[in-house]
Write a protein that binds this ligand. Sequence first.
Ligand code: CU
Length: 531
Amino acid sequence: MSSIPHDHVAGHGHDAHDHRPSGIMRWVTTTNHKDIGTLYLWFSFTMFLVGGVMALTIRAELFQPGLQVVHPEFFNQLTSLHGLIMVFGAIMPAAVGFANWMIPLLIGAPDMAFARMNNWSFWLLPPAAILLITSLFVPGGSVSAGWTMYPPLTIEAGMGMDLVIFAVHIMGASSIMGSINIITTILNLRAPGMTLMKMPLFCWTWLITAYLLIAVMPVLAGAVTMLLTDRHFGTSFFNAAGGGDPVLFQHIFWFFGHPEVYIIILPAFGIISEILPVYSRKPLFGYASMVYAVAGIAILSFIVWAHHMFTVGMPTAGLLFYMYATMLIAVPTGVKVFNWLATMWKGSITFETPMLFALGFLFLFTMGGFTGLVCAIMPVDIQIHDTYYVVAHFHYVMVAGSLFAFFGGVYHWIPKWTGTMYSEKIGQWHFWLSLVFFNVAFFPQHFLGLAGMPRRIPDYATQFTDWNMVSSIGAFGFGLSQLVFLWAVIKCVRGDGEKAPAKPWEGATTLEWTLPSPVPYHTFETPPVVK
Ligand code: CU
């Protein structure tokens, strides 16, 4: 503890004595967890807009069959980059931003354990984002095989593919450093009395997520490195002509890719578990079972990867194993949904914006979970593999899941972050517009998929036109609705609004406004002085 220099504990009212740089250099050199959390969140929102513009270009192209808004080859690259940018640029950095802001506050730590590495973890991301975006515009273009980068297409792809591989390496390094920081902070810097089983659930979900990241990011790095050597150094890991096997890539990729799904959703679970108790005015129901459920989901996530590859020609025993293992995940997930409902049961519920997003999450994520079960049924999946049904499924999980939880988290904590209350009116508009347009955009994709419309194609048979039009209208509505969110956030940042009280969310009991559940020893507005 004493090794943390004093000015690295800035941001807790020492500003007058601080000699930290100002202007842009403040952000480049900052080692303060709050500053770095802010950087992560703004970076994530920027990437969300970049990936969103790509999504809207995709939806414009798909508005009607026969349109040529973009070249078909470029369309394929857009679907790939949309996925990569949303997963690695928008969702994951947002979760790390929440971790940076809230974990030290929730466990009573003065800052993250490795404050300077924290700065480096963030500043690796902008160059990676630039590599991803410029990959679209170099000779030969970028990856056009989806965000999963399946060979053999990616062995033959243009130079942009090399930029994508480099970007994946950089983002992986950033994630691993972030994870080491989070694990060390949680295990070593908790305030006296804050035992692991007293930690707010958000810290638990991130602790487990960080272990998942450390376990699977190197696997992805290995996969893309083998891809790189296949491309340039004469190896044939995935090249059948040289004795390799393209299916091997799918196995390695999804050994990373399925746990990645939980890397994306577990921090969102944590945020929901912080929000629901506050606006229900009851402690979280079944705290310990929540921790075990998260751990159970994480462990199971390692043994289900081949459910993404039911059509590659696996032995029946393999198909059955992956089907049943996948269905097993519904058990701990059910425990969590039950506990969230039980938390609200007979609570004194109010419906401020964070609660609305949490309820939206609960309903829509559960629906995404159910369509996940549909996809897990192997004979069904063989029919709907690579159709829009799967696209609908994972957008319910990732957009209505992670994204709604993050929106809820921002509204819940932004009074704390900026000192200004958000406008409830703007927040409610943002929620209802997002809820309606999200469903208009993605619900029809279930019908399209069941009717047989394949994903990742710029044109389609005419019978799919109607629902595609509806979906495109919904997507543009959803995209524009996010400007309402930007407006709400900018108002808070500029201090344009009611001044936030010390505890903006009054609980019925002694609940602190960050509401760790169960109510801990104490929640720290300012960190205790540790000698
Ligand atoms: Cu999976």
